[in-house]
Write a protein that binds this ligand. Structure first.
Ligand SMILES: NC(=O)c1ccc[n+]([C@@H]2O[C@H](COP(=O)([O-])OP(=O)(O)OC[C@H]3O[C@@H](n4cnc5c(N)ncnc54)[C@H](OP(=O)(O)O)[C@@H]3O)[C@@H](O)[C@H]2O)c1
Length: 253
């Protein structure tokens, strides 16, 4: 199952899995995009696709999604918790309600779906959870404070769950993309930074290929792209104040 499959990285991940012969469950809020993706997969690959429209920031929708999966009664070997978004701006200037809604999608949905679907994943000889964080997970990011904190939570959760499941058939990986050419910057309200990001952007297809390869190789952390890898590594070597000074200036609003 891939959440947030209507576009961007999730869509590309769904296509890579279809190419590898996996039947798919795909979800997002955009019905037309999901339906188009299901048709595209049906035309090009010999796999089955089921899709459900749902807003995973709403706890009721998460419950409905789990109910739907259980009613379908089909084996689940892969859970990709990809749906997520950011909000750019100073913490006090962004609405509290908006930031809490983002947390419900970026953290609560990841935790809930992992908890609800683990019993199904355990039924497989080999199963995978791929949680999508961000390079923002590796350090605090002023003006993306809550988003970066949510992705740090996803990274920490993924590592701990991976350890707990190390003797089971379920492998847990965490994907941390850097700037990627998707709808992310527009939804985050980062249009002003788009020009800068474009210099470093990877394509979602590139990210998805690296992500799925890393997931099948049971990598704990997957950071696509040399520059992103380097930055995730370098932040460990220098002081947090120094890094926050750089990210604060880079993302200043
Ligand atoms: N692009 C980047 O630069 C970048 C960098 C680091 C990490 N990431 C992470 O990568 C993941 C995918 O983002 P993306 O770059 O592919 O952005 P995107 O193009 O905006 O795609 C986001 C996906 O999440 C879905 N989604 C958003 N809100 C949702 C909700 N409330 N309920 C259910 N689904 C929802 C969207 O579908 P609907 O709108 O149809 O619901 C869409 O399919 C996110 O977790 C993001 O934080 C992205």
């Amino acid at each position: 199952m891939v959440t947030g499959a209507s576009r961007g990285i999730g869509r590309s991940i769904a296509l890579v899995l279809a190419e590898r012969g996996y039947n798919l469950l795909i979800t997002a809020r955009s019905e037309n995009e999901l339906s188009d993706l299901a048709s595209l997969i049906h035309t090009n690959y010999n796999v089955k696709t089921h899709w459900l429209v749902c807003d995973l920031s709403q706890p009721e929708s998460v419950k409905n999604l789990v109910l739907w999966v259980n009613q379908l009664d089909i084996p689940i070997a892969i859970l990709v918790n990809n749906a997520g978004y950011g909000l750019w701006g100073k913490f006090e200037e962004l609405s509290l309600a908006g930031q809490l809604e983002m947390l419900r999608l970026n953290i609560d949905a990841v935790v809930s779906l992992s908890h609800h679907l683990l019993p199904l994943l355990h039924q497989q000889q080999q199963a995978y959870i791929l949680n999508v964080a961000s390079t923002a997970a590796y350090q605090a990011v002023p003006t993306l404070a809550v988003y970066a904190a949510s992705k740090a939570a996803v990274l920490s959760f993924s590592r701990a769950l991976r350890y707990e499941l190390r003797k089971s058939s379920v492998s847990v990986s965490c994907l941390s993309p850097g700037p990627t050419d998707t709808g992310f910057a527009a939804r985050a309200g980062m249009a002003k930074l788009a020009e800068l990001a474009a210099k470093f952007n990877m394509s979602p297809d590139e990210v998805a290929k690296i992500a799925i390869k890393g997931m099948f190789n049971s990598k704990a952390e997957i950071v696509p792209g040399k520059l992103n890898k380097l930055s995730a590594f370098m932040v460990r070597l220098v002081s947090k104040n120094f890094v926050e000074g750089i990210t604060g200036r880079l993302y200043d609003k």
